[in-house]
Design a protein around this ligand. Sequence first.
Ligand code: FE
Length: 131
Amino acid sequence: MSEKIIKSDEEWKKFLTDEQFYVTRKKGTERPFSGEYYKLDEDGIYKCICCGNPLFKSDSKFDSGCGWPSYTEPISKEAVVYEEDRTHGMIRTEVRCGKCDAHLGHVFDDGPGPDSARFCINSVSLNFDKK
Ligand code: FE
């Protein structure tokens, strides 16, 4: 796997909007049903807003009704990393960019695919590359 990208908060702030910074670097969450990619249904690749790492294919996107873009799987095993998240009185699995550790969202086990995964991802942590 390639080298991790490590930057200070000040460096990230130079090119991220306040909301992008808050979500990706401070584990924030965008308001449900508000994100620009929630309803997007076009062919392409969703990349990390912080470092450009390809994360999800549009093929794996589905409408979960949860209010955030949802995917059945990442583009590759190495694309994302996982961490146990015990905040807000729940035990969840946080999903982060495998390259720069940006907070992306969480993964749940009630998805429609063969692995039953539902990657629930903040739009603001993504950048869509149309095919
Ligand atoms: Fe990244």
